[in-house]
Design a protein around this ligand. Sequence first.
Ligand SMILES: N[C@@H](CCC(=O)N[C@@H](CS)C(=O)NCC(=O)O)C(=O)O
Length: 290
Amino acid sequence: MSDTGPPRFTLYTSDASQWAYVPHLTIDEKGYKPSQYDIKQVGLVNGENFSPEYVQINPNGTIPSLTSASLPEPLIESADILKYLDFNHPKGPSLFPVDPEQRLKVEELIAHVHQTKLSTNLILLQARDAQELSAKKASFSKDFVNSRQEKLIRYGTTNPQIPLYTSRTRENGKLYHIYNSSAIGPDHEQFFADSRKGYKDFAAGLNELNSMLVLPYAAGDKVTAADMHIVPWLAHALWGAGGKAIDEFHPLEELIKKSVPDFKFGEKTKSWWRNISATDSFHKNYPTLH
Ligand SMILES: N[C@@H](CCC(=O)N[C@@H](CS)C(=O)NCC(=O)O)C(=O)O
C-alpha cells in the first residue's frame, strides 16, 4: 500500500452495459471514493462503442474498459478490471478467497455466466417466431441493431485499416437483415430455430448456476468476485424480460417456459438474490433493474 493511495483510473462505462456493472459494483464494494477515479460514458445504444477513438482504447469495442497511468495498456475485460480494482485497493478483504477450493468456485461461477450460451442478447435481440420478432421490432432492440449498423458502416468506411469493422459489420448485418426485411424467409426460420435452441441452453445454464451456488452468497459466507459478475448478468436478464421490481423473476420464467415448459428458477438462486440484493453496493447500483 503506497502513502499516496491507489493509482487514479478512468472507467469507460455505459448505463446500458451489463458488464460495466462488474466494476461499478466492485468500486462500491471495495469502498473507492469518487475522487479516486473518473467515469467516461460511452454510448452503447447508439453504437459509439465502435468509434475509432474508443476502439483505440478497446480493440473489441466492448464496454467496460479501464485505463490508468499505472497500467501499460487498458484493461478491456470486466474480469481483469475487477482484479485490478480488488488488488489496488487496500480497504476491506479481497474479493478472491484465499482458500483454493473457494477460489476455484469463484472462478467457475465467473466463467459460467460469461459463456456465450448465457448471453443476455438472447433475451434482448433474439426471437423464436414472427410474433416475438414483431414485438422486438417495435422495441428499442430495432433502434439498437440499426444504429450499430449505421455506425459500423460509417466508421469502417473511413477507417478500413481497423479489422474490427469488417467482422462486426458482417455479424450485426445478419441481425439488421432479420430486423429490416418485411417478409419472413429461410434466414428468419433459421433465426427462430437458433433462438428456440438458445432458450433451452439458457434454461440449462440457469439450472446449472442454481446447483453451483453455495449461499448465503454465490461462493459461500462472504461476498466475492463471483457475486460481482452474476448480479449484473441476472439483473440484465430479468430486466430484459420485462421485470420491474428487483425480485421479479416471473417475466423471465414465463419467457423461458415457452421453450422449456417445466422451467422454474431454483430456490438457491432466489435465496442468493435476496441476500445479495440486501447489500449496500447492490442498492447503490440497482435502485431498479437494468
Ligand atoms: N468479455 C467482455 C464482454 C463485454 C461486453 O460484451 N460488453 C457489452 C456491453 S455489456 C458490449 O460492449 N457490447 C458491444 C458489442 O460487442 O457490440 C467483458 O466481460 O468485459
